[in-house]
Design a protein around this ligand. Structure first.
Ligand SMILES: [Zn+2]
Length: 433
């Protein structure tokens, strides 16, 4: 495998020729080794040699998460004896989806994250403090770890949560970069304020922000991003990835969207009829993985809605950039005549000074439309605070969601159930999916 972080700096014609070549290799590979895709091509009389370029992909069927869940083993292109790592991601039908990786896939994953960190201005002199889980079949944790090793930088695996331990470790080992969920960084800042820790005198200069948006779609910092930088003078880099993609889209220092890594993945943004949308128009992220050995995916629909931007970036990379995730298709709330994506609701709640913590629950009412129940930890347990919260939500949403106030301990249990690797912000109890 010869990969290079320099590939993103090539001109668009060179990049596109490289992608077309890799696509051809990928199609021949799955046509030979993947029971699922072999069957799909046969049943639909598809001649893969007719697919000459990325533009021709529209001629092929898409792959849904349900396909991957129902026929999980049929996506495997190698014998079980070649699998090294079994990672998982939550499925839509209850049981998790397994994504298996060979040794080559693990090396590809390490390269992917190495190249992502290079994009985010990281150097071998950096020391990274990882504030996330590395076990529970979590691919991302392992990817960060191996990417940092490949970069030759230092790594401190503290794991998720426990602000006191995070700060103690920062003081002792002096990391330059933290990798964390942005809402946890806000908690770190709160803890520091309560314990007189001078955060702007610590060694930390950068944060790689995972799992939550820190920007609006115009790339300005959103409420969460501002909550961090308003108190802590560090530079934020957003990154977007998923287990199925085995690839990350990470921001450069310009902070203008996650850069595409053209050697590793083909990306399409499609509308509801699986047709490409133009740059700057929201569409579903659909990926074709390149160079994956165990479980390559062809035109896999991620369910994430993003916008793509294709003008060259000031950093010198000519690759496409992805906006923050506008919403997940599965997390779209049809709320009394309006449509609302979960991130927009989170942005609203992050902006409320009266709300300390929240979880949003969506369920179906008797007539089959969505109802929203917000679990909130208010700043004060007073009637005045309750009035302010209700008035704010009414004004912003034009409808009143149900509200249930909680104690911090109850919220902790709700946000961190034993089965979850990430804090829970959204609970979907809707029937009929
Ligand atoms: Zn850039």
């Amino acid at each position: 495998m010869i990969y290079s972080p320099q590939s993103a700096f090539q001109d668009k014609i060179t990049i596109s020729a490289m992608q077309n070549k890799k696509l051809g290799e990928m199609l021949r590979y799955i046509n030979t080794h993947s029971p699922h895709y072999k069957r799909l091509f046969q049943n639909n009389n598809i001649d893969i040699s007719a697919i000459q370029s990325v533009k021709d992909l529209v001629l092929l069927p898409v792959t849904n998460k349900e396909d991957l869940q129902q026929n999980n083993d049929d996506f495997l292109c190698v014998g079980k004896n070649r699998i090294i790592e079994y990672t998982s991601t939550s499925g839509t039908l209850g049981s998790p989806v397994t994504i298996a990786l060979t040794e080559n896939d693990l090396q590809r994953l390490a390269y992917n994250e190495y190249s992502s960190f290079v994009c985010a201005d990281s150097k071998p002199d950096d020391i990274f403090q990882l504030m996330l889980t590395l076990d529970r079949q979590f691919m991302a944790g392992m990817a960060y770890y191996s990417g940092i090793r490949k970069l030759g930088a230092g790594v401190v695996r503290v794991g998720p949560g426990v602000p006191s331990l995070q700060w103690e470790t920062i003081a002792r080992l002096k990391p330059t970069t933290i990798v964390a969920v942005p809402s946890f960084i806000v908690k770190l800042i709160q803890f520091a304020a309560e314990h007189n820790i001078a955060i702007n005198k610590t060694s930390v200069q950068k944060a790689i922000c995972i799992g939550e948006n820190i920007r609006n779609t115009d790339f300005s910092l959103n409420v969460l991003g501002k909550k961090i930088t308003g108190h802590w003078n560090i530079k934020l880099y957003s990154t977007y990835a998923s287990t199925e993609m085995q690839t990350a889209f990470t921001e450069c220092g310009e902070g203008k969207g996650g850069h595409h890594q053209p050697e590793l993945i083909i990306i399409e943004l499609l509308d509801e009829n699986n047709q490409p949308v133009p740059a700057g128009v929201p569409g579903e992220v659909v990926i074709t993985s390149l160079g994956v050995e165990a479980m390559p995916l062809l035109r896999y629909k991620t369910g994430d809605i993003c916008m793509a931007f294709d003008e060259p970036c000031k950093c010198g990379r000519s690759t496409l950039r992805l906006s923050p995730v506008i919403g997940r298709k599965k997390q779209m709330i049809k709320f009394k005549g309006t449509t609302l994506f979960a991130p927009a609701l989170f942005e609203l709640l992050n902006g409320m000074a009266e709300v300390r913590e929240y979880v949003a629950e969506v369920y179906s009412n008797e007539i089959g439309t969505d109802e929203v129940l917000l679990y909130l930890v208010p700043v004060r347990n007073t009637e005045e605070c309750d009035h302010q919260i209700r008035a704010y939500l009414q004004a912003k949403l034009r409808v009143s969601p149900h509200i249930k106030y909680m104690l911090p301990e109850e919220m902790q249990k709700l946000q961190f159930p034993e089965t979850s690797r990430k804090p829970v912000k959204f609970i979907d109890k809707r029937t009929g999916g």
